[in-house]
Design a protein around this ligand. Structure first.
Ligand SMILES: *Cc1c(COP(=O)(O)O)cnc(C)c1O
Length: 393
């Protein structure tokens, strides 16, 4: 048998071992982690809706009215009116013909990619795409061509050199860098080379675009240019589940062929009830996005003056680049000593040599909480920056 214990030990030595902290209480910036109070800057609850009383109330009334369990898959008897109502709302929210509700974003990506490309086809995938896209590509049996991050010139060459059915897939907002894909160029290329474009905007929906309608609409693109968008409800929407939105033909095709849609139990209808309310809050409450933008801008201008290496991101994802995974853990530890929870992101989630602290902001952070983060970063900065200078000589 393989020496699993030795492999884990190697991981530990390389600074790549992962642990789970146990949280208690509702999700919000002030959490209890393993029994200690912490101020967290690492969740994806970008609009602070995860514990919003109106969503909790909607879920509670959904439970009273519709019970708890999903009971079966959507194609047997699990497709509830509440799921359908949510799909209609998501279609309207994304300004698309229709939407299909999946259990998770992971399953949506795997389902969409494996259904729409297979043996003999070619998938073109950005080098920094999310793991669920990578897994969908691998499972599909199609040949996969990775293009360098955001590099539309290389993608154009690859597309021109390829025959047959082509699918291009990209994150909208990239989950670990926080930058946005060159969507207009991608849409133009896909049209020119008759390729199907799929954009996974898990981190864009709720945060960017008009009324939070995402990166594709922000770029002025519609269903005509970008046939399919994928979104999760587990991030800015503050609930759980995911969706694919686009034209009826493709959605119908997915209902017939996406195995991660077909062979799983439908989510609790009450969750859809809460998500319906969440879509309304996301659309209506502009003040959350305004506050979030202010926090992001303040953080960027102040952290940069401390010598930290930031990425060109205007989204709530604000990585502090470190490089070595052990150094990333050390800075994360320095912050934790000061009561802050900011997780170190290491390979294989990011490329080797690109370990980082992934700082994320939520509309539920106050200015005082941002001050706390900045003060802790200021105290930890001299050491980190000096160490970086040393390791580069
Ligand atoms: C989080 C994420 C997903 C997965 O969504 P879940 O609903 O959490 O499974 C998919 N794509 C991207 C880009 C993500 O960041």
């Amino acid at each position: 048998m393989r020496d699993f214990a030795a492999e884990l030990e190697q991981r530990r030595e390389a600074g790549l071992y992962r642990v789970r902290r146990q949280m208690s209480g509702p999700h919000q910036p002030l959490l209890t982690a393993d029994g200690d109070p912490v101020l967290a800057f690492c969740s994806n609850d970008y609009l602070g809706l995860a514990s919003h009383p109106e969503l909790v109330a909607a879920a509670t009334s959904g439970l009273d009215e519709h019970g708890l369990g999903g009971a079966s898959s959507h194609l047997i008897c699990g497709h509830h009116g509440e799921h359908h109502r949510l799909e209609d709302k998501l279609a309207a929210f994304t300004r698309r013909s229709g939407a299909l509700f999946f259990s998770t974003g992971y399953m949506a990506n795997v389902g969409v990619i494996t259904a729409l490309a297979g043996k003999g086809d070619t998938i073109f995938s950005d080098a920094l795409n999310h793991a669920s896209i990578i897994d969908g590509c691998r499972l599909s049996g199609a040949s996969v061509r990775i293009y360098p991050h955001g590099d539309t010139a290389t993608l154009a060459e690859q597309l021109a050199a390829t025959e047959g059915h082509k699918l291009v897939v990209t994150d909208g907002v990239f989950s670990m860098d926080g930058d946005i894909a060159p969507l207009r160029e991608l849409a133009t290329l896909c049209r020119r080379h008759d390729a199907l474009l799929v954009v996974d905007d898990a981190h864009g929906f709720g945060c960017i675009g008009p009324q939070g309608r995402g990166a594709v609409l922000e770029a002025g693109l519609t269903e005509d240019n970008v046939p399919l968008v994928v979104g999760t409800l587990g991030k800015a929407f503050g609930t759980s589940g995911a969706f694919v939105a686009g034209p009826p033909l493709l959605l119908d095709y997915l209902v017939q062929k996406a195995r991660s849609y077909i062979y799983t139990t439908a989510m609790p209808p009450a969750l859809a009830t809460a998500s319906c309310r969440s879509v309304e809050l996301v659309e209506q409450d502009e003040h959350r996005r305004t506050h979030l933008t202010r926090l992001i801008n303040r953080f960027r201008s102040e952290a940069a003056t401390m010598g930290y290496d930031l990425m060109p991101s205007a989204t709530p994802i604000q990585p502090i680049m470190i490089g070595d995974p052990r150094e990333a853990i050390r800075l994360s530890g320095e912050l934790e000593k000061r009561g802050l929870l900011v997780t170190a992101i290491r390979p294989p989630t990011v490329p080797h040599g690109e370990s980082r602290l992934r700082v994320t902001f939520s509309a539920s952070h106050t200015d005082e909480q941002l001050d706390q983060l900045l003060a802790a970063l200021r105290e930890s900065a001299p050491k980190i920056v000096a160490d970086r200078a040393l390791s580069s000589v």
